[in-house]
Design a protein around this ligand. Structure first.
Ligand code: ZN
Length: 233
């Protein structure tokens, strides 16, 4: 396969996917984004999408012309099938399976398959996602092994290569901040800190050192710990 020149980034307006998008904008001549409305309990991440996209384009004269169309796909029918603390009003806790009940079964499989179809239609070379094995949530569809298998199925099913690139796969949350810094310096770190959204409870409110959020849910705790390890204090 010739060197890829274009990418489709799965972008949710969170810290991880915003960092992946910056990483892709550094590398590819053409970058498009895709996101999903799966009936998540809080619309806040959907509201932050255009804000983060506009600010990333404004961040760099090199990135601005590279950043192309954004697609927001309605998969609420899929979301209605799912019993998860991200799609239903229920307390966040461990499920009997041992996984947190924030797990949305099949989510990355569904999202990446739709993204692959979109990349095929748009003539984009690779998929980029912020999946990470080291963030301890233990979601099985974030593991590289799962994505390797899916990548093979997609290539067979579409008769063209569809690599799934995961720049954060082996990084800690502190290293993800370091990667953002390597891509765009302090200004990018500040953009991600202030404008991305990670909190499971959909809280923005007060700006903490690590960003907005309730500070109590697992996603906020992980983000806050990562920030402390990166910034110190
Ligand atoms: Zn939170």
């Amino acid at each position: 396969m010739p060197q890829p020149t274009s990418a489709l980034v799965l972008f949710s307006a969170g810290q991880d996917s915003a960092t992946c998008l910056a990483w892709a904008l550094e590398r590819f001549a053409r970058v498009e984004t895709i996101g999903f409305d799966y009936g998540q309990r809080h619309a806040i991440e959907l509201e932050q999408r255009p804000i983060v996209l506009a600010r990333l384009a404004a961040h760099s004269l090199i990135w601005a012309p590279r950043l192309g169309a954004d697609a927001l796909v309605d998969v609420r029918g899929y979301g209605q099938l799912i019993e998860s603390a991200l799609t239903r009003e229920m307390p966040i806790e461990a499920a009997p399976s041992g996984l947190p009940n924030t797990f949305v079964p099949g989510r990355n499989l569904v999202f990446l398959t739709i993204a692959a179809a979109h990349a095929h239609a748009r003539g984009l070379d690779v998929l980029v996602g912020g999946m990470c094995e080291t963030d301890f949530s233990g979601y099985p569809d974030c593991r590289r092994k799962t994505l390797d298998a899916l990548q093979i199925a997609l290539a067979l099913g579409m008769e063209r290569p569809m690599p799934i690139t995961t720049p954060l796969m082996r990084l800690t949350k502190a290293q993800t901040w370091e990667l953002a810094h390597a891509c765009g310096g302090d200004a990018l770190v500040e953009l991600i800190r202030v404008h991305t959204h990670t909190c499971y409870e959909g809280v923005r409110g007060q700006l903490h050192a690590w960003g907005h959020g309730c500070g109590l849910c697992p996603a906020c705790k992980l983000r806050a710990e990562g920030w402390r390890a990166y910034a110190g204090g």
